[in-house]
Design a protein around this ligand. Structure first.
Ligand code: NAD
Ligand code: FES
Length: 269
């Protein structure tokens, strides 16, 4: 049952719902597959936060199509028709990791937040964070992240808040200020993760990304989330969702995502 719902940025909502089992099994980076109605589409959403004391699970999503619009219309005391999860694996940090740069673009900051919490609060490592948004009205979770990050760099495409520029400018700035990092974790739109990986390859900075393609069953059976990884077929739902960014074939993933755009447009019209 939904216990709290807020609009936290343009077109972006936060929902807390009661679910003790998910809370008990959650690991940072895992996701859920939701159905809003009985015959509706199944959509994957990364768990943005957990309140273990009150058995609450938080999801944060942008209204991008038919199903996310339906989800945004649910209110406190409503129930989501079906919630499957937690699914997927947590990222195990390489040994001797001490200093991590976490990079979030747009609504990708939501799945990044549990990683920041884990690295900063639970593992007590240095967690510097770069957040990029198109403009000031699209920032999410900045107050929460400011409290736990070692350093926080805010960038907007239009310069309406923080530094003017993209997350790639933020990565350069963080390295200029603080020296090299052991690893980077980047989450956001595919094109952002692709460009971040290209930059970080040139900087020799190992980079992990979290993928969220179209998913159906979430168990490795339907093949909906398969993609090319180091020239091998992998499934985001069972092998991920976090992967070594240097091995991800982003062009393959982007081509697959584009295939569903036409169907989504029909549903919305
Ligand atoms: P957006 O397009 O507003 O981009 C957010 C920021 O990412 C930009 O401000 C910029 O700093 C950076 N960025 C974007 N393109 C870039 C480029 N070419 N080069 C360098 N930096 C770039 O993001 P949005 O509208 O919030 O994103 C929506 C997309 O994110 C959806 O397609 C959704 O599927 C995806 N998404 C991914 C995840 C995930 O787990 N990977 C989670 C949620 C949403
Ligand atoms: Fe079906 Fe991954 S969602 S194989």
């Amino acid at each position: 049952m939904i216990v709290k719902k807020d609009k936290i940025a343009d077109n972006t909502y936060s929902i807390w719902f009661y679910h003790p089992e998910i809370c008990n099994h959650f690991m940072a980076g895992q996701f859920l597959i939701l159905m809003v109605t009985e015959n509706g589409e199944r959509i994957p959403l990364t768990i943005a936060d957990i309140d273990k004391n009150n058995s609450l699970v938080r999801i944060i999503f942008q209204v991008v199509g038919y199903t996310t619009k339906l989800l945004s219309e649910l209110n406190v005391n409503d129930s989501i028709y079906s919630v499957l999860g937690p699914l997927g694996n947590a990222l195990k940090l390489p040994e001797n990791t001490k200093k991590v740069l976490l990079v979030g673009g747009g609504v990708g900051v939501a799945p990044l937040y549990p990683k920041i919490k884990e690295i900063s609060i639970h593992l007590k490592l240095t967690a510097d964070v770069v957040i990029g948004a198109r403009n000031i009205n699209l920032f999410i979770l900045t107050d929460e992240i400011e409290k736990i990050a070692n350093k926080l760099y805010l960038f907007t495409d239009d310069g309406s808040s923080g530094h003017k520029g993209l997350v790639t400018d933020g990565i350069k700035k963080a390295i200029e200020d603080n020296g090299n990092y052991d690893i980077c974790i980047a989450i956001g739109p595919l094109i952002m993760m692709k460009v971040v990986v290209e930059l970080n390859k040139s900087l020799n900075l190992p980079t992990y990304v979290s993928l969220n393609p179209i998913m159906l069953d979430g168990t490795g059976m339907c093949g909906g989330c398969r993609f090319l990884y180091d020239n091998e077929v992998k499934f985001v739902c069972v092998d991920g969702p976090i992967f070594d960014g240097f091995k991800v074939n982003f062009d393959d993933l982007m081509k697959k995502n584009a295939q569903y755009k036409e169907y989504e447009c029909k549903l919305n019209s």
